[in-house]
Write a protein that binds this ligand. Sequence first.
Ligand code: PLZ
Length: 447
Amino acid sequence: MTTVFAPMPLTQERRLATTIPGPRSLALAARRSAVVAAGVSSTLPVYIARAGGAILEDVDGNRLVDLGSGIAVTSVGASAPEVVAAVAAQVADFTHTCFMVSPYEEYVQLCEVLARLTPGTHAKRSVLVNSGAEAVENAVKIARRATGRDAVVVLDHAYHGRTNLTMAMTARAMPYKTGFGPFAGEIYRVPASYPLRDGLTGEQAAARAIDTAQRQVGADRIAALVVEPILGEGGFVVPAPGFLPALAAWAREAGIVLVADEVQTGFARTGAMFACEHEGVVPDLVALAKGIGGGLPLGAVTGRAELMDAVHAGGLGGTYGGNPVACAAALAATALYERDDLAAAARAIEARVLGRLRAVAADVPAVAEVRGRGAMLAVELVRPGTLEPDKDSAAAVARACLAAGVLVLTCGTWGNVVRLLPPLVITPELLDDALDVLESALRALGA
Ligand code: PLZ
């Protein structure tokens, strides 16, 4: 018989039991520095003992409101009971066989779900991997094999991962690339659409990107155009309307595989199941991870059957790709996005947060813009009266929130963006409470 462990429900309330970090977290930090590589850094100075919904409880008993979801992963909530039950049941059945050796139904079933959920009604195939970076790498492999071309075009401000190929595809040097070269070749970067900073329409920004690619690479050499439909680590930059459709139209005409990196934007996060849907764009391949697994490590590439199947047998895979426990978690999580209409929940979060933060923006000149879609929202901070990025203000806001028990993350090419990625199941009361804290941290930047 399979025993299913139900997670202890955590009251969805912020609670400070000690100053942050408390004594147990401080002791762990001291142990950590003796054994954990310095190159791995953490946003929070506290260590987590358990989590549920949108609450993280640390080892000192502090309960923090989680507006980060482990970087857009636990969208169904930390330890969603359905995910926990599915994982426990699968662990009891078997933990691993390696799909390349002895296949199992959960892998197939998840690929069926992905074929149904991802944009477009064409025939699709999927490959399952372990992370977002691996998903992006595989999308590039597939596009190259299918087109017989080498070049890959990426956007300015892009983030695609930390492996050698995805580092090359990522825009920002520090901390992701500095000292880690040489990088993979045949990666070409074109300007993105950044409405606050370039003032261009979507069509103008797309024309600029396409012209750059045509002049510097040549369309007939380009295997793939890889885009984040909303720039994630680069600053939660929503492209001007028309940018993505114009790029998609060009890619289609030029025989270039359009890859949407929906690792951060995917699975209801932006108020649609996938961010491409907001502009009616149907990518050829989609790179997926994060929210797919409800907290377990899993990634995927889903795309047009004829492109995916252009790869020879044995050309895709990996020991752990589509691990059965991760698949079980993903089947439970993807069912929750649909059953509970978490895309609608994301839209409700957007309405609540934008309403409040736009009112703050009107009073605080350091706020250059409040933007985002669904539950992927951000505040870009500048020196008042300029567009000069102000990283220190973003850090100060994040610090003030943390001291009060609210976890917010920062992002942006210049580190000057405060971003919100709450679990989509956050209660309105808890969200309001966290927004009170964020609002006063932003107001402290001065009127
Ligand atoms: N593509 C769009 O956002 C991961 C990681 C940040 P992995 N982003 C958060 C960090 O500092 O490591 C991400 C992403 C997009 C790809 C990735 C990579 O996903 O699962 O971290 O490999």
